[in-house]
Ligand binder design. Structure first.
Ligand code: C2O
Ligand code: CU
Length: 490
């Protein structure tokens, strides 16, 4: 219902746009709008219907909203172990939210209050972290701010979502093991005011899971130190919990892909053969302006929004390209990610051009900003090295900063391979990488650090005092010591 309401208000405002998931219903609703002269200057109404059932194979269910108030979303999440057929023919005991892999998508509008009634039915304690959302510190789901939620216990999270964008949620206790076993879900915050639609939404949660030949879940500490040090990539690559799922598309009809990398350690890099891709959003909502890209790399924890306006051509397998996070001379053979089935239908027409400006993103005033260095490093012998930040390898490093100030952090990587930096609770902008400013302005909370590069970020702190984590989002590395705290003080 809400979706139809939105389509109607969009149609009313924008004239002749019909973003059709349920084409038949929408056609009935839109007809009067079109007849009433909503688009008098057009000869033909635009034809922008996705193929029937285009996303049936991989659409993720939304969590049910149990609160009737329009600006409150109340969802019930239960962490529990269930047997799922992830690999055809095998049953695997997966750690899930609400019995699903990924967990249900939490969907709200900017400014809404989100209440999550959470219950833990796992065999061990857990918490839930709202990755990328600017929530109060007490709601951030880390063990520094909250007591672990023991088996059989619950916790009520409640916060306002101040930013539109594609976020996600996952545990923050033994996170490498728990995320690796299947605990993650997407969290989409839509713009409160209707923006021009940019295409029918396809949410893609990329991850992997380690499944043995008999279907059992691989041990969370497989390969011991090597596993920790290299970061464990599961044997089975998943998109929305499925192996190599198919999405259908029709030439001329745009899709807006919201992509989340929810893997514990794996980098995802992909391109769509034969189809142009435009990046329109990142971690924290829309970019300032569209950015055509050849391929997309998402480090663990990172998100991207992509605009895909298919051109006529062949159905393709979208390959995984090697992100080469180890900077090895020989790249791995690419595997497959998902399929794009280009249906044999006349191309749609009438898609409005992408706006040249997608969002207003103010530049951060860095005059007088305090600087702090953050260096990912390692110590010890090859074969037994430990990982850390700024010389501390036990997770004990605590930086401090003051509320309502701006800081410039200089991120460096003194190891020989990539690490994704993630800061809890605050979004930042990249000022420059080795002195070069990024092509468009964007909000980030997770970003790759490359050996030898110097990445400067500007962080505007607000008044949410507390203990905030920052760490490498290869979760095995975080557990191995690449973890630190920011004490934000009034
Ligand atoms: Cu995605 Cu510390 O978190
Ligand atoms: Cu790392």
């Amino acid at each position: 219902m809400r979706w139809i309401g939105r389509a109607l208000s969009r149609a009313g405002r924008k004239g002749c746009v019909s973003w059709a998931r349920r084409a038949a219903e929408i056609a009935v609703f839109l007809l009067p709008v079109i007849l009433l002269g909503g688009c008098g200057d057009e000869e033909e109404p635009p034809d922008l219907r996705q193929p029937a059932g285009w996303d049936d194979a991989l659409r993720l269910p939304d969590a049910e909203d149990h609160d009737p108030a329009p600006d409150v979303v109340e969802v019930h999440l239960e962490a529990r172990v269930v047997a799922l057929e992830v690999v055809p023919g095998l049953m695997t005991e997966v750690w899930t939210y609400n019995g699903m892999l990924p967990g249900p998508t939490i969907r709200a509008r900017r400014g809404d209050r989100v209440v999550v009634k959470f219950e833990n039915h796992l065999p061990e304690a857990t918490t839930v972290h709202w990755h990328g959302l600017r929530v109060p510190a007490a709601m951030d789901g880390t063990e520094h701010m909250q007591k672990p939620i023991e088996p059989g216990e619950g916790f009520e999270y409640s916060f306002i979502v101040p930013d539109a964008g594609t976020f996600w949620y996952h545990p923050h206790l033994r996170s490498s093991a728990q995320v690796g076993a299947g605990l993650y879900g997407a969290f989409v915050v839509e713009e409160a005011a209707e923006e021009a639609p940019l295409g029918d939404e396809l949410l893609l949660v990329m991850s992997d899971i380690d499944i043995e030949e008999d279907g059992s879940l691989g041990p969370s500490d497989s390969s011991g130190w090597f596993g920790d040090y290299f970061g464990r990539e599961g044997s089975t690559v998943l998109v929305n919990g499925k192996i190599l799922p198919t999405v259908a598309a029709r030439a001329g009809v745009p899709q807006r892909w919201r992509v989340v990398n929810a893997a514990r350690a794996r980098y995802f890099r992909f391109a769509v053969p034969g189809q142009p891709l435009v990046q329109i959003g990142g971690d924290g909502g829309l970019l300032e302006s569209p950015l055509p890209v050849d391929d997309v790399t998402l480090v663990p924890g990172e998100r991207a929004e992509l605009y895909m306006l298919p051109v006529e051509g062949e159905s393709v397998v979208i390959p995984r390209l090697d992100a080469n996070r180890f900077h090895l001379p020989k790249v791995e053979e690419p595997g497959d990610l998902m399929r794009l089935e280009l249906v044999d239908e006349p191309p749609g027409h009438g898609a409005p051009p992408l706006p040249a400006r997608l969002a207003e993103i103010a530049s951060i005033d860095t005059a007088g900003a305090r600087g702090q260095p953050v260096e990912f490093m390692e110590q010890g012998d090859p074969g037994g090295a430990v990982l850390g930040i700024n010389g501390q390898t036990d997770g004990s490093l605590t930086l401090s900063a003051q509320t309502n100030t701006v800081e410039i952090w200089t991120l460096t990587n003194a190891t020989n391979y990539d690490h994704p930096f993630h800061l809890h609770g605050f979004s930042f902008q990249v000022l420059d990488i080795d002195g070069v400013a990024p092509p468009v302005r964007a909000w980030h909370d997770t970003i790759n650090t490359v050996p030898g590069e110097t990445l400067r970020i500007a962080i505007p702190f607000d008044d949410r005092a507390g203990m905030w984590m920052f760490h490498c989002h290869i979760l095995d590395h975080a557990d191995l010591g690449m973890m630190a705290m920011l004490h934000l003080m009034p």
